[in-house]
Design a protein around this ligand. Structure first.
Ligand SMILES: NC(=O)c1ccc[n+]([C@@H]2O[C@H](COP(=O)([O-])OP(=O)(O)OC[C@H]3O[C@@H](n4cnc5c(N)ncnc54)[C@H](OP(=O)(O)O)[C@@H]3O)[C@@H](O)[C@H]2O)c1
Length: 292
């Protein structure tokens, strides 16, 4: 049994809480900004309702054994207000966010040896009524090590796969390559699956944008080759590439977006390595110029 707190109970946090709850082994606390009467998650196996302790004020937070942060990257600073109380006994903090900078993002508030970056492979939408719709299987990837294995153990018995890998950097960058090209659909304000024209020109832009990420990721030490980018472009052309794009959902709802975590980082690190990233740079510039 572990006392686990989920900070940020949106699409991903909701699914993580439902998975932990399904093990019937943990005492779960949901940390939200607004009161949450009940958490309802539509999963591939049916509807799950989680009724558990809900806190809305970081001042109420008490020490737990594990903290799972599932806010957007741009909300790191506000979610960090929960951490002093929740980690009072030194609990590890798993950060389930996109991008490759989980450690840097939370460095001001969490000791590196307590921090567990998580690559999330779950396609989830949060609907207007607050219902969370998990559209496919849940896979989480963490780094090999004591905390990575303990994180996997938390989810034992749930309908999820937790991969513990020696080569976490590659897992991070492979996910970013897909996420970075999703920004093209954010610019178009519709999912790739709604594009009428799936022609070679679009495939070429997706491929070249993903290749920028591959090049920067490789310079950072990820084991990626150009086939990673090709697979992303092929998936988008087949209409299977973006079942849920949380950045598109944010743009359509007028919320802030993870532009820096998904594309800005490629531009910034590309500059450091002398690698040109014109498509990512253009995407960042256009969205910023629109005030996003
Ligand atoms: N959705 C997907 O399919 C998917 C897939 C893979 C990875 N990801 C990544 O997972 C991360 C989370 O994405 P998401 O789609 O789950 O986002 P989301 O649905 O917007 O959920 C984020 C939640 O964090 C909450 N939050 C923000 N600041 C908070 C604070 N100070 N205290 C408590 N709660 C706070 C938000 O509260 P409010 O409800 O009050 O706004 C919201 O419920 C992102 O990095 C995303 O890129 C998402």
């Amino acid at each position: 049994m572990a006392r686990a707190a989920v900070v940020g109970v949106g699409a991903i946090g909701g699914v993580l809480a439902a998975l932990l709850d399904s093990t019937a082994r943990h005492e779960i606390t949901l940390c939200t900004r607004r009161p949450l009467k009940e958490l309802t998650v539509k999963t591939p196996d049916g509807v799950v309702r989680v009724k558990t302790r809900n806190l809305t004020d970081p001042a109420q937070a008490e020490a737990v054994d594990w903290v799972l942060v599932a806010s957007k990257a741009y909300d790191a600073e506000s979610t960090a207000q929960w951490l002093p109380g929740l980690t009072a006994d030194g609990a590890p903090v798993a950060v389930a966010q996109n991008g490759v900078e989980h450690r840097e993002r939370f460095a001001p508030w969490v000791k590196q040896e307590q921090l567990v970056p998580v690559v999330v492979h779950i396609s989830v939408d949060r609907q207007a009524d607050g219902t969370i719709w998990q559209r496919g299987p849940a896979r989480l990837t963490v780094e090999e090590g004591r905390l990575g294995r303990e994180f996997a153990e938390l989810f034992r018995g749930s309908n999820s796969e937790v991969v513990v890998t020696e080569d976490f950097k590659t897992a991070l960058w492979r996910k970013l390559c897909g996420n970075s090209t999703g920004t093209l659909s954010v610019l178009a304000k519709k999912p790739f699956s709604a594009f009428k024209l799936r022609d070679e020109a679009l495939a070429r832009v997706v491929l070249e944008m993903a290749l920028e990420c591959v090049a920067v990721g490789r310079a950072e030490g990820a084991q990626l080759d150009d086939s990673t980018a090709q697979r992303i472009a092929d998936g988008i052309m087949r209409g299977t590439g973006d079942r849920a794009n949380s950045m598109l959902a944010d743009r359509l709802a007028g919320r802030p977006m993870e532009i820096d975590a998904r594309n800005g980082v490629i531009v910034r690190l590309g500059e450091r390595h002398g690698i040109a990233t014109p498509l990512n740079r253009m995407a960042v510039a256009l969205l910023r110029a629109e005030g996003c």
